[in-house]
Design a protein around this ligand. Structure first.
Ligand SMILES: CC(C)[C@H](C(=O)O)[C@@H](O)C(=O)O
Ligand code: SF4
Length: 471
């Protein structure tokens, strides 16, 4: 559908229209307000340099070391292996050569790009923000259009501060009512993906709306928008409101003084107009949601904790039947068994989905006064989060329970820094992808909320956190 020029407009259309510089057929050239880079952007920097170019707008481009960051210490030598160290050195050389502000291992602001952007105020409402990383959808929680880009697009943005895009469609997902006890933002997004599937939002930008979303903190909205990409969406967005402004007002890179007042005045105009039309609408009742756990190798393979492993024989479609058989083999699960009570070998609390301070507080509330039954790792999403958690004494709660408390990075979400499970491990993980082998060869991943992962750590089994009495 073409963007309507007049009449009620969606938040997406307002931001998009304001950034279009040129049109060529189906494609629009968009101005990019903010470009974020991590170690994975090395191809783009290499190609840029080979064309004799430098970053066009260094003041709008920020870098952070996250995927390869060692979490056991902050020195290059803490990284296991020459390849990992090479990635970190290459990143350093690229940001230095282009005179970019970057948060490297020794910087107190270092962390996962999608945690660092919002918490430093590098992500602002109304922006077009891009990064060579699929979970860039996270930033849309602040009311901007944020999406992941590929390496050649990344090079184009570095060189021109613009990007060619086709106009996506817009879907509104309204989550009405209030979240029940023990149900978190992670359960909301896993519930949505279980319902619409990993291709359910392909070609769309999702706008999350409804009372449950309005009632969420910014951190909870970030969790929801983070996993939009797992439903195939180009981006996820939440209209900015007073919750957004009070989150942003004291952030280092947010506007200050009179500029802040002017900015808020403009941001207040961003929300979709009443009566704006969407290409697709979906409404979910929050009251129906429960703590969710994935049982398969795709984020859509999610069920409430009181669910049972599906039986491939119940699948009508032969392709589904085959896929299910394969998934259950990979996951080491038998049809019909209950999810609750399944023993786990390891727990990972962290990632750009659930590595923020509220996530660590929620996990610590369950862990306090209990002991970890299995190897458990807490990796704050950023050093800012780590320092905040330490000032609240959360690190001691985890350490006294036998958890490992690390420095910030992507860590076991993807294991590119060497933090991996061992073959056969079943991991309760707060990350966003449960793809086969993502956390290590032969490792089985179950995605869940921080509270649920903490419950699994202290019982050694998939556990309904509502039964631990902490809620
Ligand atoms: C390495 C990076 C490009 C990748 C992504 O795009 O998402 C990673 O962050 C991931 O989560 O798998
Ligand atoms: S924490 Fe995981 S999902 Fe997020 S950017 Fe890092 S690897 Fe990707």
């Amino acid at each position: 559908m073409a963007t309507p020029r007049t009449g009620p407009r969606t938040m997406f259309a307002k931001i998009w229209d304001r950034h279009v510089i040129a049109r060529r057929g189906e494609n629009s050239l968009l101005y990019v307000d903010r470009h974020l880079v991590h170690e994975g952007s090395f191809h783009a920097f290499r190609n840029l340099a080979s064309r004799g170019l430098k970053v066009r707008r260094p003041a709008q481009t920020f870098g952070t070391a996250d995927h390869y960051a060692p979490t056991v210490g902050r020195k290059l030598e803490d990284a296991p292996g020459a390849e990992i160290r090479h990635m970190l050195t290459t990143f350093h050389n690229n940001v230095t050569a282009n005179e970019l502000t970057a948060f490297e291992l020794d910087d107190p602001r270092q962390g996962i790009v999608h945690v660092v952007g919002p918490e430093l105020g590098l992500t602002l409402p109304g922006f077009v923000l891009v990064c060579g990383d699929s979970h860039t959808s996270t930033h849309g929680a602040l009311g901007c259009l944020a999406f992941g880009i590929g390496q050649s697009e990344n090079e184009h943005v570095l060189a021109t501060q613009t990007i060619w895009q086709t106009t996506p469609k817009v879907m509104r997902i309204s989550i009405e009512d209030r979240l029940p006890r023990g149900v978190t933002a992670k359960d909301v997004i896993l519930g949505i993906i279980a319902r619409i599937g990993t291709g359910g939002a392909t070609g769309y930008v999702i706008e999350y709306a409804g009372a449950a979303v309005r009632g969420m903190t910014v951190e909870e909205r970030l969790t929801v928008c983070n996993m939009s990409i797992e439903a195939g969406a180009r981006a996820g967005m939440v209209a900015p409101d007073d919750t957004t402004y009070s989150y942003l007002c004291d952030k280092p890179y947010a506007p200050a003084g009179a500029a802040w007042d002017r900015a808020v005045g403009n941001w207040r105009l961003l929300a979709s107009d009443p009566g704006a039309s969407y290409d697709r609408e979906l409404t979910l009742d929050a009251e129906m949601l429960a703590p969710m756990v994935t049982w398969g190798t795709s984020p859509q393979d999610a069920l409430p904790i009181d669910g049972h492993i599906p039986d491939p024989d119940d699948a009508r479609d032969p392709t589904d039947k085959m896929r299910l058989r394969h998934v259950l083999r990979v996951m080491g699960l038998a049809p019909g068994i209950p999810l609750e009570g399944l023993p786990v070998d390891r727990v990972f609390i962290g990632s750009c989905t659930n590595g923020r301070i509220e996530d660590l507080r929620a996990a610590a509330a369950i862990v306090r006064g209990r002991r970890a039954h299995v190897a458990s790792l807490v990796v704050p999403g950023s050093e800012t989060v780590r320092h905040q958690a330490e000032s609240e004494g959360l690190h001691r709660v985890f350490q006294e329970a036998g958890f490992e408390w690390r420095h910030a990075g992507c860590s076991m979400c993807v294991g590119t820094n060497g933090d991996l499970g061992t073959p056969g491990d079943r991991i309760a993980s707060t990350s966003n992808r449960n793809f086969e082998g993502r956390q290590g060869r032969g490792v089985r991943t179950h995605l869940m909320s921080p509270a649920m992962a903490a419950a699994a750590a202290v019982t050694g089994r998939l556990t309904d956190v509502r039964k631990l009495g902490a809620w």
